[in-house]
Design a protein around this ligand. Structure first.
Ligand code: ATP
Length: 135
C-alpha cells in the first residue's frame, strides 16, 4: 500500500513525522480519511483523536483543533496543541476536565463558558486517546 509523509506540528514542536498509509481526522464537515495521492485541500479540524494506519500499526494522537493541509508531497496537521498517548498526563487531564465542568455548571459569562467548553473538549480528547491505546 502506498505511503505518504504525515507531520503533526504545534507552535512548540514536531509531535509526529512518519510515513503512513492512511490518516483519519474529524474535519468541520465530518470524518475524513486521507490516502496517498489525495487531492490537495485545507480544512479545519475539530478537537478529536487523529487515527493513523501504517504497516501493521495504528497510532492515535490527541489533536486539539487546528487545520489539516493535504499537499502533493505530504500531509501536515497544524494544531495549537497535540500529544502522543505516552506524553499525556492523565491526572492533569482529569483535573482540567473537573475544572471545566465546574466552570460550565457555575455559569458565568458567555465567553468563560465557551472557553471552559473548549478546555473540556481538550481534556476529554486526551483521556479518549489514552483510553484507545489501553483498549
Ligand atoms: P491545562 O489546563 O491542564 O493546562 P489545557 O487544555 O489548557 O490544559 P493547552 O493550552 O491545550 O492545555 O496546552 C498547553 C500545553 O500543555 C501544550 O504543550 C499541551 O501539549 C500540554 N498539555 C496540556 N494538557 C496536557 C496533559 N494532560 N498531558 C500532557 N500535556 C498536556
Amino acid at each position: 500500500m502506498s505511503t505518504f509523509l504525515l507531520e503533526i506540528v504545534t507552535p512548540e514542536r514536531i509531535v509526529y513525522a512518519k510515513d503512513v498509509n492512511m490518516v483519519i481526522v474529524k474535519g468541520a464537515a465530518g470524518e475524513l480519511g486521507i490516502l496517498a495521492n489525495h487531492i490537495p485541500l485545507v480544512t479545519p479540524l475539530k478537537i478529536a483523536p487523529v487515527t493513523v494506519k501504517r504497516d501493521n500499526a495504528m497510532d492515535f494522537i490527541a489533536v486539539n483543533g487546528g487545520f489539516i493541509e493535504v499537499r502533493k508531497d505530504k500531509v501536515v496537521i497544524l494544531a495549537e496543541s497535540a500529544e502522543l498517548p505516552e506524553d499525556i498526563d492523565v491526572d492533569r487531564a482529569e483535573l482540567a476536565r473537573q475544572r471545566a465542568e465546574q466552570r460550565i455548571s457555575g455559569g458565568g459569562g458567555e465567553i468563560d463558558v465557551k472557553r471552559a467548553e473548549a478546555a473540556l473538549h481538550r481534556a476529554l480528547n486526551r483521556l479518549d486517546v489514552k483510553q484507545r491505546v489501553r483498549a
